[in-house]
Design a protein. Sequence first.
Length: 282
Amino acid sequence: MHLYKTFKGNILIVDEKAFIVYEEWDALINQKNLFQYLSLLSKCAIGVSETMYKEIITDNLLAPIGSQEIWAAGVTYMRSRDARMEEAKNAGSSDFYQKVYEAERPELFFKSLAHRVAGHKQQVYIRKDSTWNVPEPELTLFINSFGQIQAYTIGNDMSSRSIEGENPLYLPQAKTYERSSALGPCLYVSEYPISKETNINLQIVRNSKEVFSGSIQLNRMKRELPELVGFLFRECDFAHGCFLMTGTGIVPPDEFTLQQNDEVNISIDGIGILTNVVGVKM
């Protein structure tokens, strides 16, 4: 099932039937068994026509986040490891990324508060003081306050490779700034864990022309999803749950950088497509 957050209420899609759910978002999603809860809720929720729900989710979508934080995992795919090693070569810190890739402890970092997050069809930003910017398409987990994975969405972890490449200690500036992340278009709530055969796809369009595309399967990730969650929840509590971006295996070539007005399309099997246009903070 798919749960959309909109200006006109929350839309739940179950077996191609749509329902309006007016429950407050944080309380709605932070359940011990979200799939079962939404299944029961759909039996008494208000049904809407296909025309109405498609109109609502076309023009009124919000990022599927309430008061949750977004965290992120790095160097979980070999392609990401290689890219990070290359960008950090001149700073003499490329070995750090190989060590993280092989270590028991994953790289986890704070990414964003909810008010800085873009939704589907909203702008993401590149930094004006950066010369090398890329999107990072990532399967993103919604984890409830009990540390259980309850849903999945698409994440765009916008990154300044030039700033991070100067020094790994600049990671917060390379990763955390206004509109540096996007989530959407919905929460995919499944009775079972997402398949490792799931495809993640990235397309970048400039002036109506595709300038980059790539894809990878989730089974190429070195880390297990519960493993990442376990490390995040070791010493952190999240009253309303949290989101965790799980890393990227798709990295554009070193000569590529995003430009204003580029369109970034990220699709993940079973979830949908997240589209964002690139801008800069005024």
